[in-house]
Write a protein that binds this ligand. Structure first.
Ligand SMILES: Cc1cc2nc3c(=O)[nH]c(=O)nc-3n(C[C@H](O)[C@H](O)[C@H](O)COP(=O)(O)OP(=O)(O)OC[C@H]3O[C@@H](n4cnc5c(N)ncnc54)[C@H](O)[C@@H]3O)c2cc1C
Ligand code: FES
Length: 271
């Protein structure tokens, strides 16, 4: 069996509640040579319960990294009950990554919707580690309401080095919100983008990625400069079971990060 198929046992070293149904788990794989690139994912779970694909929500340093997980179903409800010191199992890293090497010297636009900010957070962390290697960096992030926004306490620090536009669909009465109200697509009007020198990385609901991509093409972006991260139900994570197949592509192996041009006309896509 290949090493990457063997589940690794990670210790939960910290748990941070982000929203009502999202938590960030700090994990440690001490003693392992584990490394991963922004955009890749692990199959995360527990023996006898199951596994779910979860993106890394941080960069990896000496076997330590984070996963940010929304509780939706069987596996994530099981994980939700874990406490600090508990053990969790994972296989990976799997899949493709955001093209940070190709983006060197260029501007980068990051667009996230909801939990879609999780796989883009390690992109920001890596950019901040070598800020001089990139041009202008812009983040547009939208969620349903202020209490659904993740990583709000990190944005002030990020803002020193990148431009950030935050928006929510609606603000419930008596809730404080100092930023925009409206769809994430409105952020494209505010950000001053140069399509010739910019690569766009988009992650969120597929309908959002569709409209953001369309908005970028209208503004002069080529489909070869727009990257999207796709979600499909997965079982094996290694292109063997067919659960995640999207036309001729396996989202687990060829993706999850794709060039828009390569997935826009595949059969089951909204893109
Ligand atoms: C590459 C990749 C990266 C991801 N990264 C993250 C991440 O960083 N954070 C994160 O929170 N999520 C992430 N996800 C999503 C996550 O993998 C899914 O939410 C996963 O299904 C959760 O597993 P579960 O067992 O908890 O939920 P499941 O039991 O699989 O349920 C998931 C959802 O599907 C519905 N559902 C379940 N069974 C069926 C059925 N038979 N028919 C129709 N609907 C059904 C449930 O009601 C629920 O809404 C990622 C997905 C992919 C593909
Ligand atoms: S999850 Fe099995 S083929 Fe992709």
């Amino acid at each position: 069996m290949k090493t990457s198929l063997l589940p690794l046992r990670a210790v939960i070293t910290g748990i941070q509640g982000e929203t009502e149904d999202v938590k960030t788990y700090s994990l440690s794989l001490e003693g392992s040579s584990y490394s991963a690139k922004p955009g890749q994912f692990n199959m995360v779970g527990y023996p006898g319960v199951g596994e779910a694909p979860i993106s890394l929500s941080s960069t990896v340093s000496e076997g330590r990294f984070q996963h940010t997980i929304r509780t939706v179903g069987k596996v994530t409800k099981f994980i939700e009950r874990f406490k600090e010191g508990d053990e969790i199992y994972l296989r990976g890293p799997y899949g493709s990554c955001w093209p940070l090497e190709d983006a060197m010297g260029k501007d980068i636009l990051l667009v996230a919707g909801g939990v879609g900010i999780a796989p883009l957070r390690p992109v920001v962390q890596e950019i901040l580690q070598r800020r001089d290697s990139y041009g202008k960096v812009t983040l547009i992030y939208g969620s349903r309401s202020p209490d659904n926004m993740l990583f709000m306490n990190e944005f002030d620090m990020w803002r020193k080095n990148i431009e950030i536009f935050l928006t929510v669909d609606e603000v419930p009465p008596h809730m404080k919100w100092d930023y925009d109200i409206g769809l994430v697509t409105q952020g494209l009007d505010k950000a001053r983008l140069n399509p010739i020198v910019t690569l766009a990385f988009i992650c969120g609901p597929e309908i959002m990625m569709h409209f953001i991509s369309r908005g970028l093409f209208i503004r002069g972006f080529l489909p070869s400069r727009v990257y999207v991260s796709l979600e499909r139900r997965m079982k094996c994570g290694i292109a063997q079971c067919g659960h995640c197949q999207h036309g001729s592509k396996f989202v687990c192996k060829d993706g999850p990060v794709f060039i828009y041009r390569d997935v826009s006309r595949l059969p089951d896509g909204l893109l």
